[in-house]
Design a protein around this ligand. Structure first.
Ligand code: SAH
Ligand code: SF4
Ligand code: F3S
Length: 477
């Protein structure tokens, strides 16, 4: 850390980044003069934080003179942004990195960089170095801004670069000067903080993303203002635990203050955020949402388990009763709020009784939707060494029962919207011209037939519903 309490890299480091961007730019300009088109492909795994980081990688690639590509074939630069949250996520990333070997054989000048959460574990960074000789460099989650330096060094023929993860993560400042190339014009991610201090006992994120670091309110406000002025209609503020926003700064601005400041901006847009930790979802935050003109009526509040014993072993710092209390407060303040959650089954020691309590909370909370997960042991986390591993067949059976229970609730919740008029923002592009889709204020998927234009708000009369979405007709065109 630089001691200035703004979490930003030093001016010297920022100059080094910019110099590297210019040097790579000279190289890509030379390629163009030779009649080639240098392209870059960014492959992204994992959560919205990674999506947001990849838009910064895309911004850097564009500044270095690479055209964006939608496949890695024929690219001069490929950046892979990995996830480590469950074993499956790591396997997917490793298999995609494996496929790049063939591409590198076809074009040995292709530069391949692998970053993100998976390679921010020393054993993965080492494995990449030793077993994937065609990978040119690897970078931790905290050193995105160094990517141009690594690309420049490889172009100049310097040796492959792999991080010493401990020191790269300890060096956790970020840059506000990394450009962003966004995928969507109407929806945007805005990271408000990086890292996590919570150390839930199953979770790898605090180990691979480092300690909590908030961006200055002035920088966030400038980014949000620019987005709204350029026509963005749906903004999601991102952080692993947004309720801790600002605790590491001297700015005296809490997350609820930030919501109020953004809500005071002029313009027609929606504001969302994720993720909020139940242990510190404050009444002030709920009040700020209820007062806000732009805050979407949506709240994602991960439960994980409905058993107090399991919650304690998970190091979550709340009980099922406290959790249900927050749900009640949210619904009292904002009656039509859409509430979603994350739930995990098969945590070590989870008994049938514990799982039954999760189902009880699920029924009581009446979530609109859940993201459900099977516990996956992560190397170096406390839960990896806990006793009472749940057998695979029990885990899968609980997983199916969880989904079955929730599907019935989701369907009933969606059916309750039939006959109502919802404001829907249509997607930027449509996968199917006959089935145009958008999102309601609460974030629900709405199918609206043929006549909608992309990226616009419509009032939609909901005519029917199923477990996974709503269907309706536009009533104002
Ligand atoms: N910071 C966010 C979520 C981070 S990861 C939060 O605290 O809510 C997203 C979800 O993945 C978690 O909510 C959890 O349900 C799930 N998850 C995290 N680690 C996991 C693991 N080891 N096995 C299975 N699911 C996991
Ligand atoms: Fe992981 Fe818990 Fe942090 Fe979320 S709050 S990222 S689950 S450690
Ligand atoms: Fe996100 Fe996966 Fe990292 S869920 S924070 S990309 S471990």
């Amino acid at each position: 850390m630089n001691g200035r309490k703004d979490n930003i890299i030093s001016p010297e480091a920022a100059l080094e980044m910019k110099a590297a961007v210019s040097e790579v730019r000279r190289h890509t300009d030379a390629l163009r003069r030779d009649g080639k088109t240098p392209r870059a492909y960014i492959m992204t795994f994992g959560c919205q934080q990674n999506e947001a980081d990849s838009e910064r990688l895309a911004g850097l690639a564009a500044a270095m003179g690479y055209e964006p590509a939608d496949t890695y074939s024929g690219c001069s630069l490929v950046l892979v942004n990995t996830c480590a949250v469950r074993e499956h996520a790591e396997k997917k990333a490793l298999s995609s990195i494996g496929q790049l070997k063939h591409e590198k054989n076809l074009d040995p000048s292709m530069i391949i960089g692998v970053g993100g959460c998976m390679v921010s574990q020393q054993h993965r960074a080492d494995a990449l170095k030793n077993s994937f000789p065609y990978v040119d460099f690897s970078f931790c989650t905290t050193e995105l801004w160094r990517v141009p330096i690594f690309v420049r060094d490889r172009i100049a023929g310097q040796k492959r670069r792999f991080p010493d993860v401990t020191s790269s993560l300890a060096d956790t400042d970020f840059s506000e000067e990394v450009p962003v190339l966004r995928k969507s014009k109407t929806r945007a991610w805005v990271s408000v903080m990086y890292g996590c201090n919570n150390f839930c006992s199953y979770c790898i994120v605090p180990y691979v993303r480092g300690r909590e670091r908030s961006r200055l309110p002035s920088n966030i406000m400038a980014e949000v203002r620019d987005l709204v002025e350029s026509g963005c209609r749906d903004i999601t503020l991102l952080g692993q635990n947004v309720n801790s926003y600002g605790h590491d700064l001297d700015a005296g601005v809490t997350f609820a203050d930030l919501i109020r400041m953004i809500s005071a901006l002029p313009g027609d847009f929606r504001l969302r955020f994720m993720t909020s930790h139940p242990k510190d979802a404050t009444p002030d935050l709920i009040a700020a949402l209820a007062e806000s003109r732009v805050a979407a009526h949506q709240f994602h509040l991960p439960l994980q388990s409905g058993s107090d014993r399991v919650l304690a072993a998970m190091n979550r710092h709340y009980t099922a009763e406290k959790y249900l209390g927050i749900i009640r407060e949210l619904r009292a303040a904002i009656p039509d709020i859409v509430i979603t959650s994350d739930i995990m089954v098969g945590f070590p020691g989870e008994t049938e009784e514990d799982f039954g309590k999760t189902l009880d909370v699920l029924r009581a909370a009446e979530f609109d939707m859940i993201y459900s997960f099977i516990f996956s042991p992560r190397r170096g986390t406390p839960a990896e060494r806990m006793e009472g591993a749940v057998p695979d067949d029990v885990k899968s059976s609980r997983f199916s029962r969880l989904i079955e229970c929730q599907n019935a609730v989701s369907r009933a919740k969606n059916e309750a919207a039939v006959g109502k008029v919802l404001r829907v923002l249509t997607d930027d592009t449509f996968d199917d011209a006959d089935d145009k889709t958008g999102r309601s204020d609460g974030g629900k998927l709405v199918h609206i037939g043929k006549e909608a234009r992309a990226g616009e708000f419509y009032d939609v009369l909901i005519t029917h519903a199923d477990t996974f979405g709503l269907y309706g007709n536009i009533i104002n065109t």
